[in-house]
Design a protein around this ligand. Structure first.
Ligand code: PMP
Length: 356
């Protein structure tokens, strides 16, 4: 990063746009709980699948075999699936396909920190609708924020970084209010960690709405964050536009092979997910006993509403060997990681809650 003015003419809104920040790197002996990653080591079958690839050749540009596999799972055709270099790439493709200069994109705030930048890059304007006091999406307010200029609405469930789900009933009411010619993106990056039966499940909504695209990722539950692969399910004509805004060949051969191998051992990977979800619930129960008032997280992370004490609380966790993601002055998001991290997390949280 430099403070020097660029030597060539660039878009001013891009020059002033901060780059995506990853959170501070963890010391070798610290727990890295700042990026909602899967703490389990890669599955041997996945490692084997990426070992002997012809990396002198380009990958399949449309990830057809992966799409066929996902299409069979979701009861759609491969044209109703798009695979991207992480679901964040698909968000970028979908936003740029729908919204440009003068258009608006509505999303809840606080939510996934990539949304504002992607909207700005597309040339569009963000309309941020505050979460409710209990850190949930305010879907009626989001529907009310839709104007003639709205081209996309992003709903994140469970919400990163606060954790609550959107219920199926809330989402149905929302879809009934939003004009059917506006794109709704249901970002379900943490879907596999959800066990609340009231939660909306995008997989059950496939083909129900002409304006709905469901976004999933292999980064979290399937532990492939480093390979960058996610997918979307939606109407072919909408996804075709997102195919046009893609960077060609961005989904690597390694990513495609790894996904197929991960789906082969899915039962084992999803057993790990259930273990992490149980750990999440145990952590939340322990923190509530300490007096924390937590929103109910259904992701692989917990949200501590530390308010003005957020920076100091982040330092306290870091000093104890836990790297968390701080969002001053709102709160701290801590990923559910290794079993060995839990004791430290709970101990430091007990100290921090007394300072609030
Ligand atoms: N959506 C949400 C809500 C997320 O939290 C993340 C990752 N932090 C993503 C999308 C992007 O994930 P990826 O690009 O790794 O698929």
């Amino acid at each position: 990063m430099t403070d020097t003015a660029p030597p060539v003419r660039l878009r001013p809104e891009i020059v002033s746009l901060p780059a995506y920040k990853q959170g501070r790197p963890a010391a070798p002996d610290a727990f890295k709980l700042s990026s909602n990653e899967n703490p389990f080591p890669p599955h041997p079958a996945v490692l084997a699948a990426i070992r002997d690839l012809d990396i002198n050749r380009y990958p399949d540009a449309t990830a057809l075999v992966v799409r066929e596999r996902l299409a069979a799972r979701h009861g759609v055709t491969p044209d109703e699936i798009i695979v991207g270099a992480g679901s964040v790439a698909l968000l970028a493709q979908l936003i740029s396909a729908a919204a440009g200069t003068g258009d608006e994109v509505v999303y809840a705030w606080r939510s996934f920190e990539a949304y504002p930048g992607l909207v700005t890059v597309a040339g569009a304007t963000s309309v941020r609708v505050p979460l409710t006091p209990d850190a949930r999406h305010d879907l009626p307010a989001m529907a009310a924020a839709v104007t003639d200029r709205t081209r996309a609405i992003i709903v994140c469930t469970p919400n990163n970084p606060t954790g609550p789900i959107v219920t199926a009933a809330e989402f149905a009411a929302f879809m009934a209010t939003v004009p059917a010619d506006r794109l709704v993106i249901l970002d379900e990056a943490y879907a596999e960690f959800v066990d609340d039966p009231a939660a909306v499940d995008g997989a059950t909504l496939v083909r129900r709405f002409p304006n709905l695209v469901i976004l999933r990722t292999f980064s979290k539950a399937y532990g492939l964050a480093g390979l960058r692969v996610g997918y979307a399910i939606g109407p072919t004509a909408v996804l075709d536009a997102a195919r046009s805004t893609a960077i060609p060949l961005a989904v690597t051969a390694a990513a495609q092979h790894a996904v197929l191998a991960a789906m082969d051992v899915e039962d084992e990977l999803l057993a790990r997910v259930r273990e992490l979800a149980a750990r999440r619930d145990a952590v939340q129960a322990a923190l509530r006993e300490q007096g924390w008032e937590l929103p109910v997280s259904q992701g692989n992370f917990v949200w501590l509403p530390t308010g003005p004490a957020t920076a100091a609380a982040g330092e306290a966790f870091a000093a104890a060997g836990i790297v968390a993601r701080v969002f001053p002055p709102e709160g701290i998001r801590i990923s559910i990681g290794e079993a060995e991290s839990v004791e430290t997390l709970v101990r430091v949280a007990a100290e921090v809650v007394r300072t609030l």
